[in-house]
Design a protein around this ligand. Structure first.
Ligand SMILES: [Zn+2]
Length: 264
């Protein structure tokens, strides 16, 4: 039932200052949409009214309020599957998505694999299917989420798991952080020509207030320092910042993450 990449239409709905709520159009039933991480109901209601679409399901990657806060308001439209990780903090979930399972919505012609990606939060999951990855706050373009609950080893393993997906995968992240992330990426990896060129493209995109997402994984593998902890230049930069050798990729990741936490 997996459709070719081009057939999955996904549109961004903006929420708060920099969140994206993704609306996936059903490839099977025109006008039926699935909302990913609706932190706020109002902009989704507005987009549904504007486009004449109706809500068929809700996918949730993690429990943070800016990703689930709109669920209650959307359920006022009527009951739909609310699919998310097993976590008591997601009270309105009515279907649990577990690592290694599939999340199939056959009526809509949609199906995703569930990947557990602990680190930003312990129960964080990602949805992967149709060449698209909905990764919440685990992986961003040119960066990654803050590590609120997991360990560096856990989060590094989660990022490696996403890095190993097919390179043509399109990454739909929870926030528009690309420009700021690229500044840090180029501090870590200043001679990265792909990142330098991409920074200019991102500046042009953001100058007209357009989204920089989705981003192809094939690009992220070349520019995102958190996916490049095994690359010599990235390791050398992390070691220089730490002032000590960092033998394992997870050590490089831990240093980059704590460096980024205080980077301005
Ligand atoms: Zn979050």
């Amino acid at each position: 039932m997996q459709k070719p990449l081009a057939s999955l239409d996904v549109r961004p709905v903006r929420a708060f200052s920099d969140n994206y709520i993704w609306l996936i159009d059903s490839p099977r039933v025109p006008g039926r949409v699935v909302a990913v991480d609706p932190g706020d109901a109002a902009p989704v209601h507005a987009e549904l009214r504007r486009s004449g679409a109706s809500l068929a399901a809700i996918l949730l990657t993690h429990h943070h309020p800016d990703h689930i806060g709109g669920v209650e308001g959307l359920l006022e439209l009527g009951p739909v599957p609310v699919i998310g990780p097993e976590d008591a903090r997601i009270a309105l979930r009515n279907r649990t998505a577990r690592d290694g399972e599939r999340c199939d919505l056959p009526d809509l012609g949609l199906g995703f694999e569930i990947l557990a990606v602990p680190g930003h939060t312990l129960s964080h999951i990602a949805f992967w299917g149709h060449g698209a990855l909905f990764c919440g706050d685990t992986l961003f373009s040119a960066g990654c989420g803050r590590m609120f609950e997991g360990t560096p080893t856990q989060m590094n393993a989660s990022l490696n798991r996403l890095r190993d997906l097919p390179p043509e995968t399109r990454m739909f992240c929870g926030h528009e952080y690309t420009a700021a992330n690229l500044r840090f990426a180029l501090t870590v990896d200043p001679d990265n020509r792909t990142a330098l060129e991409y920074r200019d493209a991102v500046q042009r995109t953001r100058a007209v207030d357009a989204p920089t997402l989705p981003s192809p994984l094939s690009l992220e593998i070349r520019i995102n320092p958190f996916l490049r902890c095994d690359i010599a230049a990235v390791r050398a930069s992390a070691e220089a910042h730490a002032g000590r050798p960092l033998p394992e990729a997870a050590d490089v990741f831990a240093e980059l993450r704590s460096w980024k936490d205080t980077y301005r």
